[in-house]
Design a protein. Structure first.
Ligand SMILES: [Zn+2]
Length: 200
């Protein structure tokens, strides 16, 4: 990748290591879930539903609900970044996530023959919003109750980058949400500093 302004930040990102963290990343660098088309694209791109799942029935209430859950994820995950969260750090966000996790069953996948005869994953029908929120909320529950995963939560070291990811790298030395985005930005900055020094 050429050094320069990365265009990657404007693509949806699915590299935080957990689907609930990918949801959290949709606030950065600008609100991505600002209309239904990007929400539908996010739902498919994140793997929450198989490719080709009908989502035409998603309406404005979905946007509100996904963003509300995202706010809860943010509070809970950021509460875990500096060691064990205290109960008052979690509060109503935890209740909300638990409610969503319990309120519906996540969409049930099934294996069917695709056009070429190979098995592909699909849903029995268009998923309900509550089912998708339940899948996300259960991912939050799994993350928060897994001590290894919880201890692997990191915030990107990039300037003003709020992205939280799961550092599963060997030796746990990952520093950036993405080497192509924040890692590259740091390399560009270092390159500029060296060039400026050389000119001085
Ligand atoms: Zn970053």
């Amino acid at each position: 990748m050429a050094l320069g302004t990365a265009t990657v930040p404007y693509e949806p990102r699915f590299d935080a290591g957990r689907i609930c963290l990918d949801l959290l990343a949709t606030t950065h660098p600008v609100e991505r879930l600002d209309s239904l088309a990007p929400l539908r694209a996010w739902i498919t791109g994140s793997g929450l539903v198989p490719p080709g799942t009908p989502l035409a029935h998603a309406d404005a209430a979905w946007l509100t609900a996904f963003r509300e859950l995202r706010g809860c994820v943010g509070q809970l995950v950021r509460g875990c970044l500096n060691g064990e969260p205290r109960s008052y750090d979690l509060g109503s966000a935890l209740d909300r996530v638990n409610d969503l996790a319990r309120a519906a069953a996540p969409p049930a996948p099934r294996a069917v023959r695709g056009e070429d005869g190979r098995l592909v994953r699909e849903l029995a029908g268009p998923p309900e919003c509550a089912a998708l929120l339940a899948a996300l909320a259960r991912d939050v529950v799994e993350l928060l109750t897994d001590p290894v995963a919880r201890a692997s939560l990191r915030q990107c070291e990039g300037d003003n980058c709020p992205i939280v990811y799961l550092d599963m790298s060997r030796g746990r030395r990952r520093r950036w949400c993405s080497s192509e985005v924040c890692g590259n930005r740091e390399r560009v900055a270092r390159h500029r500093r060296r060039a400026a020094l050389a000119r001085a």
